[in-house]
Design a binder for this molecule. Structure first.
Ligand SMILES: Cc1cc2nc3c(=O)[nH]c(=O)nc-3n(C[C@H](O)[C@H](O)[C@H](O)COP(=O)(O)OP(=O)(O)OC[C@H]3O[C@@H](n4cnc5c(N)ncnc54)[C@H](O)[C@@H]3O)c2cc1C
Length: 392
């Protein structure tokens, strides 16, 4: 009997899960609450651990058409823009890991994925009711559906998580991100290349890279604030507040901040790893089960890895869905917790005040950061390999 899978959420994680589960032979439906598949969002970094999965699913060529392949990772100092470390990407990444490092617009990636897997939009799941034989799903407006397997890929505020685990506390990190996309022509006079650049300073940092085949520069500026009550992707920030926060910075950063006309403001919340995230035939994926700060640029990548591992577990053991989900969780838990930890650590590292600790950080970045064996565990991981083999 073909397993009927319902994926709740048509974000990056849900769409990749839909595609991977179909390719694994399941009968899959993807339910998205929004009235249309979203073009909302800005830049997403896709490291080789994610692009390896997209290649295996057959969508990498289409993703690549709208992407930018950065030439290098750069860390720069806040006040004079001095390069602290620069790691060449492109050919070295391909030769080390057999897959590219890409920058994409979230909307471009979602559009490619939504072409490959049908999505039922306008379907907001409000309850999940596991029964003896299968699971009933309830949607806003009264619609009901049934499935043998439910995957909650419904993001950081997951309804499915609330049903199976109860509400988990989120902690405001004190970090607030202003972000936006600047047309390339507006920054043509600035020395910003096709790099992945992080500019670190006391209590703040700025990240920029091009997306959409180089037409747009994605800029994220993170500052520290005392309190916040929302966790939304669509609130606007005050450009004057942003300019004040970066007033003493290198002129390139000030020019980028000036060019962000209507930045979105996005508070950053953190959650410690959950002990578990599956219950019988219901499981979670992506931000629903391991939300992370964006400082490792791995939120989307980990959701993509989850999808690949989930599909592999179900392909092998679709006759016993709960056992397959338990195996999926086991294979994913420690790795995603490690990436959450890495991202949390960067929250402190990126914002150190001038002084000895900052100098030690900069010396460490200059000597160890890059495509060293230290990063193989992250970029070299192959979720399609049963043993999670590391390429290098
Ligand atoms: C609007 C938006 C913009 C983003 N922009 C960026 C960005 O610019 N840069 C960045 O690095 N990361 C961004 N992210 C986060 C990034 O996409 C995720 O960290 C990563 O891709 C993991 O994705 P996910 O699929 O687990 O969750 P999400 O990307 O959060 O996707 C969850 C999906 O589930 C849907 N959903 C939620 N609840 C329900 C429900 N009850 N019923 C049905 N559907 C539901 C949501 O509408 C959404 O489409 C954004 C996320 C969102 C939702």
């Amino acid at each position: 009997m073909t397993v009927r899978a319902a994926v709740i959420g048509g974000g990056i994680g849900g769409l990749v899960a839909g595609l991977a589960l179909r390719q694994a032979g399941l009968d899959v439906r993807v339910f998205e609450q929004a009235p249309a598949v979203g073009t909302v969002g800005a830049g997403i970094q896709l490291a080789p651990n994610a692009t390896r999965v997209l290649a295996a699913l057959g969508v990498l060529p289409a993703v690549r058409r709208g992407a930018v392949e950065p030439t290098a990772f750069e860390f720069r100092r806040w006040d004079d823009g001095r390069v602290l470390s620069s790691t060449p990407l492109r050919a070295p990444v391909e030769s080390a890991y057999g897959a590219p490092y890409l920058h994409v617009h979230r909307g471009d990636l979602v559009a490619v994925l939504a072409d490959a897997v049908p999505v039922e939009v306008g379907a907001r799941c409000v309850d999940v009711l596991p029964g003896d034989r299968d699971v009933e799903l309830r949607f806003a407006g009264g619609r009901r559906e049934r499935a043998d397997l439910v995957v909650g890929a419904d993001g950081i505020h997951s309804v499915v998580r609330q049903v199976i685990l109860g509400t988990a506390d989120a902690r405001f990190t004190g970090h607030v991100a202003f972000r936006g996309l600047i047309p390339a022509a507006r920054v043509a006079d600035l020395p910003v290349g096709h790099t992945s650049t992080v500019r670190m300073g006391p209590g703040a940092h700025c990240v920029h890279y091009f997306v959409s085949a180089g037409r747009l520069l994605n800029v994220v500026c993170v500052i520290e604030e005392d309190s916040w009550t929302r966790e939304s992707w669509t609130d606007h920030g005050d450009p004057a507040e942003l300019r004040a926060a970066f007033a003493g910075w290198d002129p390139v950063v000030r020019a980028l901040v000036d060019a962000l006309d209507a930045p979105l403001k996005w508070a950053l919340f953190d959650r410690l790893p959950f002990a578990r995230w599956s219950e019988g035939p219901v499981t979670l994926l992506g931000d629903a089960c391991h939300p992370m700060l964006p400082y490792g640029a791995q939120g989307a990548a980990q959701a993509i890895e989850d999808a690949a591992v989930l599909a592999a577990c179900l392909r092998d053991a679709a006759a016993d869905v709960p056992a397959a989900l338990a195996r999926y969780e086991l294979l994913r838990h420690d790795r995603t917790a490690r990436v959450q930890e890495l991202s949390r650590g960067n929250a402190t590292r990126f914002h150190l005040p001038d002084g000895p600790q900052q100098r030690d950080r900069d010396a460490a970045i200059a000597s160890t950061y890059g495509l060293s064996p230290d990063i193989d565990w992250l970029y070299g991981f192959d979720p399609l390999d049963p043993g999670g083999r590391v390429h290098h």
